[in-house]
Design a protein around this ligand. Sequence first.
Ligand code: ZN
Length: 120
Amino acid sequence: MEKKEKIEEKKKEIAAGAVCDDKQCPEHGTLSARGRIFEGTVVKKHLRRIAIELERTVYIKKYERYMKKKTRLHARVPMCKEQSVQIGDYVQIQECRPLSKIIHFVYIKTIRTKDKEKGK
Ligand SMILES: [Zn+2]
């Protein structure tokens, strides 16, 4: 609980215009985003972490047809961008150094939000 409270405080600070001091931020921290770039829909959101899902087609030789396959990638969301990501958004992530067992991507930007998609 204490950790959560601290994070809530941080969020408020950032909302008030304080400078982001997250080390794992490609803009304000020391984390460098390099490598492959992926785009996908946010399917899950945790504290400072999102899971995005992207669809790709795989050729099945036996049936001479393509199959849809889904890939899930986990990405770090820097503190300063925490509020700009919501579930259902279409976002862009870029590869970075491994931050944990499953996270080796970092959130770059939101391409379109869920609300905009509904309006189409
Ligand atoms: Zn930042």
